[in-house]
Design a protein around this ligand. Structure first.
Ligand code: HEM
Length: 223
């Protein structure tokens, strides 16, 4: 039965070469931990991707309950955390995943750096990686404000003060980010929109570029 469905689709869309291209791709020995244990460092990129997927999925579920306005934000998070079935687990995954993904991404960056994988012809992918790095940090920064408790508020005060300290453009950047002179209603809706639409959109595009380049260039050779 399944075979017939597959054949029906394949006859029309020729999908076999698409998945064969991925499934038949050989993994070189020097990146396979089954051959050399130390090759586990080559898994860091894939693990970063895995946690990123968890972040996206858990974040989608969080938005079902989260209310991005200053009167209801804190209560909506409290409600989700203590009343909703599995709410504590989903929020916990997003909370801890946010830190773990940064650690994993950093380890991946160290692997790329210390194996010299950023060198020709992979310079462009390193640059895309740096953009991903800043996108991830910005996701952490904007997400931190959303629970709208004291910790969230004052962390954002500090973050915006750091932005403000940048010469020439600092003040403008801080005002644009906060949506005004103070951290208030405008800041919360702005950070919410940036956190759930702008940055994830950018991240998906950047990750697609990252993976297409890896596929075209292949993984860098052994040391
Ligand atoms: C969401 C964040 C990221 C994800 C999901 C990701 C994913 C991956 C994956 C799956 C690979 C294949 C090899 C491996 O797993 O080590 C890879 C390779 C690579 N990544 Fe990343 N990466 C991310 C961030 C970065 C960052 C921050 C940099 C550098 C600043 C970077 C630079 C590179 C380069 C240059 C390669 C090619 C390495 C080679 O051919 O040996 N990536 N990435």
């Amino acid at each position: 039965m399944l075979q017939r469905v597959y054949d029906w689709i394949d006859e029309r869309l020729d999908i076999t070469p698409m998945w064969r291209d991925i499934a038949d791709h050989e993994v070189p020995e020097h990146v396979n931990p089954a051959h050399h244990f130390s090759a586990f460092v080559y898994c860091f990129g894939g693990l970063t991707f895995f946690i990123t997927v968890i972040q996206i999925l858990s974040g989608m579920f969080l938005t079902m309950y989260y209310v991005p306005d200053i009167v209801n934000a804190y209560e909506s998070v409290r409600y989700l955390q203590s009343e909703v079935a599995f709410g504590m687990i989903v929020r916990g995954m997003h909370h801890w995943g946010a830190s773990l993904v940064i650690v994993m991404m950093f380890l991946h960056t160290l692997r790329v750096f210390f194996t010299g994988a950023y060198k020709k012809p992979r310079e462009l992918n390193w640059v895309v990686g740096v953009l991903i790095f800043f996108t991830m940090l910005a996701l952490g920064f904007t997400g931190y404000l959303l629970p709208w408790d004291m910790k969230a508020y004052f962390a954002t005060v500090v973050g915006l003060e750091i932005a403000e300290a940048v010469p020439f453009v600092g003040e403008l950047a801080a005002t644009l980010l906060a949506g005004g002179e103070i951290i208030g209603a405008q800041t919360l809706t702005r950070f919410f929109a940036i956190h759930v639409f702008f940055l994830p959109g950018a991240l998906l595009g950047l990750m697609a570029a990252h993976f297409i380049m890896i596929r075209r260039q292949g993984i860098s050779g052994p040391l």
